[in-house]
Design a protein around this ligand. Sequence first.
Ligand code: HSE
Length: 324
Amino acid sequence: MGINSDKVRVKVPGSTANLGPGFDTLGMALDLFTWIEMSTAAETRIHLLSDGMDGLPQDKTNLIYEVAQLVFDKAGVQHPELEISMYSDVPLTRGLGSSAAAIVGGLAAANALIGSPLSDDTLFQMATALEDHPDNVGASLFGGLVVAFWDGNRAEYIRVEPNEQLEVLVAIPHFQLSTEKARHVLPREQSLANAVFNVGHSSVLVAALCTGRLDMIPLAMKDALHQPYRAPLVPGLEQILAEATDHGALGVALSGAGPTMLALVDRSSSRKAELEGFLQGTLQAAGIEATLMWLQPALSGVQVLTHLDEGCTLFENIKGDVRA
Ligand code: HSE
């Protein structure tokens, strides 16, 4: 098998993981996107088109280049030199799945470049092994809500259509928090009481999301396994977790490993301004600058774009679609 296309472009959503009690388990795709263009070339070149990517490698240690090599290995294809361009609206290291989006986008682009010999399931297994958790990568691959587990060997998932009343307000602090640092503060062992708390709350939350029982979200969207330990890393989080439902949120959680905080909101709520004020005021009082953003669940996962003008650059093609 060889190269099938000269150039491919993909659009992949960012995501939130750990939706409340669903630690490493429950993810949702969001309408903040990363675009990747990949083509064969005489020599490898990487172009990072958006702001905030300073420091990301632009050589063969680039994550997207590296995951493409894994696809070529798996498919038994010779490794071509690649020209890769990336534009992303997903902020880095904030808990909105930027690395999962890059991994999924890189895998999907490389697979499309060689005629898509690898199945979605194979890409999911590869992405989970790379990211270490299935919730962000599952959401970026399949869109919607993804309920997943990984036993270290295989990941399994079920995709659930998000309730159409659900809207999302995120507060994105202006500081970065690496998943590694945020995992390091977690205890290696947990009590049976915490385990039972999360199994119960996560099970009821998933049932509520599947059946449209939005009234249950404020009761079920609570966590004992990671948020209490991570709260010291994110000033204001403790108060937001305790009080956001009194200010119009259906539920609130640390998004992924943080520092972004995410509120689920009923889109017909009349209290959106109150919730914005509460989040911004609480973070300001804690000395944290943050950007608030209203987001929608993204219903599609990664897509190979077919309608783009081959003669235009990646940015020219997507400029009507990006947020900046
Ligand atoms: N679930 C991971 C964590 C982050 O909380 O450490 C996203 O995969």
